[in-house]
Write a protein that binds this ligand. Structure first.
Ligand code: HEC
Ligand code: HEC
Ligand code: HEC
Ligand code: HEC
Length: 163
């Protein structure tokens, strides 16, 4: 039995590991945010930071309460399920105080094709058009009412008809 006569290098190696671990532990103490791990594997303070951010969307109920005429037009048309702010953008500020901000009218040349541009990736039964051949440069709202876009189907008729 030689015992540990030639084992010195093993102890030095183990010592190196211990030192490396201590260095890691000290550095970690400095760089890990204070609230990390309070509730789970994330920074707990992030929750209150996000909660403190201002709300940007008003929600369609808010819009409908004031713009009742548009709400009823839309409710009977093909865009019944498309919410106001999907087209008009986030408008919490306007909903809170209408005079503080008059929302711009959306540019239909940009807006409508965002959803309706023909693409093989879309479900076949979703209405799609090739804007160039379909509209030929004429603005979409010349022919379609954005709030009830089907042509030849006034809101009341559309309500009773096929969706
Ligand atoms: C508290 C009532 C109120 C709420 C809530 C409200 N609006 Fe308005 N909205 C108004 C008034 C009043 C005007 C006219 C303001 C003006 O002309 O400066 C207006 C103007 C607008 C306009 C511009 C109309 C134009 O002729 O150019 C748009 C678009 C609009 N609102 C969309 C929305 C949407 C979308 C929402 C929901 C996020 C909403 N509004 C919520 C009262 C409201
Ligand atoms: C599919 C997209 C879309 C949706 C959904 C939509 N809008 Fe609009 N809205 C438009 C466009 C586009 C215009 C501008 C039309 C124009 O330039 O003549 C407009 C115009 C308006 C105007 C200006 C007045 C008018 O009649 O032109 C108001 C107010 C308005 N929208 C409110 C609303 C409210 C409230 C909702 C939800 C109940 C809503 N919109 C949902 C696209 C949309
Ligand atoms: C956020 C996505 C979105 C935007 C933006 C949008 N639409 Fe739509 N559109 C829809 C959905 C969803 C339907 C309902 C599809 C269905 O019933 O299967 C629809 C239905 C329609 C239809 C009825 C097609 C039919 O079945 O007869 C027309 C026309 C139409 N949109 C035109 C427009 C025009 C014009 C604009 C721009 C003012 C516009 N859309 C903007 C989502 C959108
Ligand atoms: C010159 C008039 C005119 C213009 C401009 C126009 N459309 Fe149409 N559009 C029609 C007619 C007519 C139909 C067929 C009737 C219907 O489905 O309501 C139609 C149908 C549609 C449909 C339904 C297609 C389907 O497969 O059911 C969509 C979506 C549509 N248009 C979107 C648009 C968009 C987006 C624009 C702007 C880029 C636009 N349209 C501009 C007249 C027009």
């Amino acid at each position: 039995m030689n015992g540990f006569k030639d084992a010195g290098h093993l102890f030095r190696f183990a010592g190196l590991f211990v030192v490396a671990f201590l260095v890691f532990w000290v550095v970690r103490g400095f760089v890990v945010p204070k609230s990390f791990g309070q509730y789970g594997h994330y920074r707990a303070a992030a929750v209150s930071e996000y909660a403190a951010r201002p709300v940007k969307f008003a929600g369609h109920q808010a819009c409908e309460a004031c713009h009742t005429d548009i709400a009823s037009t839309k409710a009977g048309g093909k865009h019944a399920q498309v919410n106001c702010e999907a087209c008009h953008g986030a408008l919490a500020k306007h909903a809170e105080d209408p005079t503080s901000l008059t929302p711009p009218k959306p540019d239909t040349a940009v807006l409508c094709v965002r959803c309706h541009a023909a693409s093989a990736a879309k479900p076949k039964d979703f209405p799609q058009i090739d804007a160039v051949s379909h509209a030929n440069g004429v603005p979409c709202e010349t022919c379609h009412n954005p709030h009830s876009p089907a042509i030849g189907a006034p809101p009341a008729a559309a309500k009773g008809g096929a969706q």
